[in-house]
Design a protein around this ligand. Structure first.
Ligand code: NCD
Length: 308
């Protein structure tokens, strides 16, 4: 297994054993991620974080991961303050950033942008979300969360609920889960169902999956992964209005839930999970948010080649 210098554009870049390795390293990173142990593993290394789209968790946890390991961060969260505003191309922005750093994290509204950046850059590119495409590092932290909360990934029945069409986190997660022995249920209004391409990828990997339009019952579900409707990706606002508010997790739904069912969400949530759920033992989404730090620490350390 060799991670040094690799681009992370999609979760498909990894074999199952490599995913497991990253999660194992993330486990070892936990005391440092919590700030209980100090580390200088990435001292002298610089990560550029280039965010062309809004972000709270992905950007902050990447930066926290780098800094907890003694590394440095440069970058921008508002492309309007950079030469992009003057008409500079993505390729030139990438060529510039790479001359100042050792690794680049990029989030961009266009699908395929991370792949393009990887073609131009000699330093590793990590995709922090490309439009409605993929979000591989979110996927790794989602897997890490399932493993920690449920004691393992295999054997779980996992429901992915919400905007499966435009949600990039579920595209990556569905593929990754199909590498493990899990049962998946894709639940979305028909307008927002999982793209055929992702369903086919999963089936090709031998996934056991079913497709539904409504969450009528949570009976038997071990992990309920909820997503926001990606309003900003709808080409037509009227299409958004048709599906807005079409599902919501509230206390009622929990009546039939397994005792140890967990609810996950990549966040931000808008109104798809009632805040009353937060205080229940089912709510795992804030722990999931924290898990972004150890997982991204592991990934950065492996890609920069300071650990093997
Ligand atoms: C997600 C994203 O940006 O794709 N958030 C995240 O990275 N944690 C989900 C979303 O925006 O709904």
């Amino acid at each position: 297994m060799n991670f040094k210098g690799r681009d992370i554009v999609t979760i498909k870049d990894f074999k199952k054993e490599e995913i497991v390795k990253i999660l194992d390293v993330a486990e070892e990173m936990l005391p440092i991620a919590h700030g209980k142990e100090k580390s200088n593993l990435l001292q002298g290394y610089i990560m550029a974080s280039l965010f062309f789209e809004p972000s709270t968790r992905t950007r902050l946890s990447f930066e926290a991961a780098m800094k907890r390991l003694g590394g440095n961060v440069i970058g921008f969260a508002q492309p309007g303050t950079t030469s992009i505003q003057k008409g500079e191309s993505l390729a030139d922005t990438i060529r510039t950033a790479e001359s100042y750093c050792d690794v680049i994290v990029i989030r961009h509204p266009k699908e395929g942008s991370a792949r393009l950046a990887a073609e131009f850059a000699a330093v590793p590119i990590i995709n922090g979300g490309d439009g409605a495409g993929r979000h591989p590092t979110q996927c790794l932290l989602d897997l890490f969360t399932i493993r920690r909360e449920k004691g393992g990934i295999e054997g779980n029945k996992i429901a992915l609920l919400g905007d499966l069409k435009y949600g990039r986190t579920v595209h990556s997660l569905a593929y990754a889960l199909s590498l493990f022995k899990t049962e998946m249920v894709f639940i979305a209004p028909s307008e927002l169902q999982m793209p055929k391409e992702v369903v086919e990828e999963c089936r090709k990997n031998g996934a056991k999956l079913s497709i539904k339009n409504e969450l009528d019952d949570v009976d038997g579900i071990d992990v309920l992964y909820v997503t926001r409707i990606q309003k900003e990706r709808f080409p037509d606002p009227e299409e958004y209005e048709k599906v807005a508010g079409s599902y919501r997790i509230d206390m009622d739904i929990l009546k039939n839930a397994k005792e140890n069912m967990i609810i996950m969400h990549p966040l931000p949530r808008v109104n798809e999970i009632s805040p009353a759920i937060d205080a229940t033992k089912h709510a795992a989404y804030f722990r999931q948010t924290f898990n972004g730090v150890p997982v991204r620490m592991a990934l950065l350390a492996l890609i920069l080649g300071v650990i093997e």
